[in-house]
Design a protein around this ligand. Sequence first.
Ligand code: ADP
Ligand code: MG
Length: 458
Amino acid sequence: MEFTAEELWARVLEMMRGQLQEQTYRTWLSGTVAQSLTESEILIEVPSDFHVEWIEGRFGGLLSEALQQLLGRPLEVTFRSTEEASPLAIPAIEVVSPTVAAARSAGAAASVPRPSLNERYVFDRFVVGNNNELAAAACRAVAESPGRVYNPLFLYGGVGLGKTHLMHAIGNTIHGNDPTRRIAYVPAEEFTNDLVACIQAGTMAEFRRRYRQMDLLLVDDIQFLKGKEATQEEFFHTFNALHDARKQIVVTSDCPPKDIPGLAARLVSRFEWGLVADIKPPDYETRLAILLKQGVDDHLTLEPDVLDFIARSCTSSVRELEGAVIKLLAYSSLTNQEITVELARTALKGTFGSTPPPGAARSSPERIREVVARRFDVREEALSSKRRTRDLTVPRQVAMYLIKDLLDYSLVQIGNLFGGRDHSTVIHSIRKVEEALATDDEFFQMLEDIRHEIDRPE
Ligand code: ADP
Ligand code: MG
């Protein structure tokens, strides 16, 4: 029987669907698209590199079997990542310097090279919160009237907070409104490499012409220009040429212009001509909104308590937030377990980089004891007393557990904090709490509340 690539793949997917858990299927296989079919091979596009690795490793065997069954002969299956429209994949931004753009348009010299922007990075997918309101509004304004408001626009903020996303969104909007506009997106490092290459090849005139003919120049991560005087010099001239011609310039950095060490004062002052807007880490509400939005966009459904858990635990950046979801999906799929808060806690343990788990941000033995005592309505000193009534035993165990969990004190240290108790008593207490956590949902929730209470500023 003759199949087209799509038909064959549709059948394979049907078979896989019958064999895998729904969630696993949806996470890994539903976004796959057959590209081509030859005698010996079928080529499948998947949303990310992560998917390639994962599908090959985990479903490679099953897929080969399914193909064998359908065709009556073996067929090799090859995966390729599109990195576009990917379910929560961390998108690899295609870096296109004007050199590449120029090369691409070679042969069609008169036509405007299509700007190479990540199509996923659009305003509609960008969640606006208190942390990024000004930056987002400025970007929209610039996208609607390039070269007329805020020029240059300088965005700064920590890693993974959406600077690149906003920059591409500007480019995508401008391109959408007028495809003849010449747009260059260039990471500062790329600008430098390009410059060096042109200096070596003796094609500086070409370099200048290329950059200076742009209608929109997006330079990402300008902090990379620190200490690179020749590049800064060249950028300064490019900047002036474009600015004089009322062409829009957008620049991002990890800090404000004046804090970039080794950035020439005149460049700093140029950047300050326009608008300098910062992006801060998202607050809880924004983090939750981002998770919800991405869930909708990517057809993923996670329970509200799981989303809440991730939004609370993952505090440093949006990129980390996305990474956490991918990791959780992978873990759930690998272990064939349903996604619950407990599973999330296990799967994501230690993944929040320098971000402390809930409770750790402000914790100290004193703080933990204070919050626990208040929660159980007992006096803090009573936690160290020798009394063993139940009203004291449970809060004492909880406080010991949290000190171990959040501060990783030794058993002996913990014993000492509680009136010189012996380390076996401490172990026993911690075990008790662990048991209760595993079996008693209400207890689990109470402990979550205490953790957040510990974090809350007074
Ligand atoms: P930066 O350039 O600041 O390091 P990115 O723009 O690369 O950060 O953002 C990291 C990831 O987080 C991207 O996948 C981006 O789409 C996403 N992201 C960041 N901020 C938001 C937001 N406010 N709403 C939706 N997605 C966001
Ligand atoms: Mg970036």
